[in-house]
Design a binder for this molecule. Structure first.
Ligand code: MG
Length: 387
């Protein structure tokens, strides 16, 4: 078997352009699909897929590990989110090809079931970019009620507003009110995760953690940005009883090791579309497992990514909970067919061969690439703020 072509299809889904990677083979009808979506850099990723394709066309797609090593090492300049997202999408598509060729669902190729079903969590949003903090409590409560009505037992919110490196009481009070509204709407039975989105310094994250702690969040996510030394996140971890999570912007297992060895994270959040695909995420899972740290993979991306995550979640022993994006566009099922339903906040093992999804090229063409500038928050003095 040989790879004959590798191409990308870009689909605009409001804020994001989904990047789907299709790896074609010389076996009639055998095509693998993966997802390499990277916010605000989708055309760069599509170009990177084209750059890597030259290393892979003509090779046997079943030699996944060797092809991963070739795509990672031969370009000499290793890593980076653009190239690693491209490699991630290709790696997923290679897995899809192998599992389809064997006539088995992807989770079986990854070692079979480590659990009977995958617990999903809903992202309900939040956050505030203004100095005069708006009242978000009603809308947060409404969104939490909506998630609960749909059967979710775990949700994530953005309870923390735009934050200066050192912030005052209004910001802390605002975060406390949002968290209180979410907890009141969710009740005690629902797990609430809080994403700080790398908006905060370690000093401010400690203060936010103190006001959020009485509401017992399941974890705090990205309490500092990915470029901040692990010692700073470890400082936050020592100052709060709330477990810390991070990893969505890390793109190799070597980038997780400092956080693990510093005792900074209790939950790892690799993104299967950035971290090096299934191959590297399973390695990250093994590395985290040696520290007793579970994975809650990051996934606000498209429907192919969601399905790949479900297969990995079924097979990975130290899996915790899976993020899913539901609120982007209503036509997800028209572009990608075969996505498993979420029932009572969980997904059962898919049975179709491979990832189990097919792309409708005509439907995809109805939503072509559309350029979007990133979110651009500023402080009151006009300085650039993290969002
Ligand atoms: Mg996040």
């Amino acid at each position: 078997m040989k790879i004959t072509d590798i191409r990308t299809t870009l689909v605009n889904a409001r804020l994001r352009n989904w990047v789907f990677v299709q790896v074609e083979t010389d076996v009639p009808g055998l095509v693998g699909i993966g997802e390499a979506t990277l916010e605000f850099q989708s055309r760069a990723v599509a170009t990177a897929v084209g750059e890597l394709a030259g290393l892979l066309i003509g090779r046997d797609p079943r030699d996944r590990t060797r092809l991963w090593e070739a795509a990672y090492r031969y370009p000499f300049f290793k890593g980076g989110p653009v190239t690693m997202s491209a490699l991630s999408g290709i790696d997923q598509a290679l897995h899809d090809i192998v599992a389809k060729d064997l006539g088995i669902p992807l989770w079986r190729l990854l070692g079979g079931l480590a659990r009977d079903r995958v617990r999903m969590y809903d992202h309900v949003g939040g956050g505030d970019s203004t100095a005069v903090y708006g009242d978000l409590t009603d809308s947060i409560a409404e969104r939490v009620h909506h998630s609960r009505a749909d059967g979710f037992t775990a949700i994530k919110i953005l309870a923390v507003p735009r934050s200066r490196p050192v912030e005052g009481l209004p910001a802390l009070r605002w975060a406390e009110r949002v968290m209180a509204a979410a907890r009141a709407a969710a009740g005690d039975e629902v797990d609430i995760m809080v994403d700080l989105h790398g908006r905060t310094t370690a000093a401010m994250a400690i203060q936010y953690a103190r006001v959020l702690e009485p509401f017992t969040p399941m974890f705090l996510e990205e309490v500092v940005g990915p470029e901040i030394p692990a010692s700073e996140m470890a400082r936050v971890a020592r100052a709060t009883t709330i477990p810390l999570a991070a990893g969505e912007r890390l793109v190799h297992r070597g980038e997780f090791l400092p956080l693990l060895s510093a005792g900074a994270i209790s939950v790892a959040q690799p993104d299967l579309c950035h971290a090096g695909g299934i191959t590297e995420t399973m390695r990250i899972g093994a590395l985290c497992g040696t520290y007793g740290v579970p994975l809650a993979p990051h996934n606000p991306l498209g429907p192919v990514a969601t399905m790949v995550n479900i297969h990995v979640g079924l097979a990975l022993p130290n899996f915790l909970v899976q993020e899913v994006m539901r609120a982007d566009v209503p036509w997800r099922d028209e572009v990608i067919m075969g996505v498993a339903p979420i029932i009572d906040g969980h997904v059962d093992p898919p049975t179709a061969p491979g990832i189990g999804v097919e792309i409708d090229e005509a439907a995809a063409a109805r939503h072509p690439f559309s350029h979007h500038e990133p979110v651009q928050w500023v402080h009151e003095d006009g300085g650039v703020a993290e969002w």
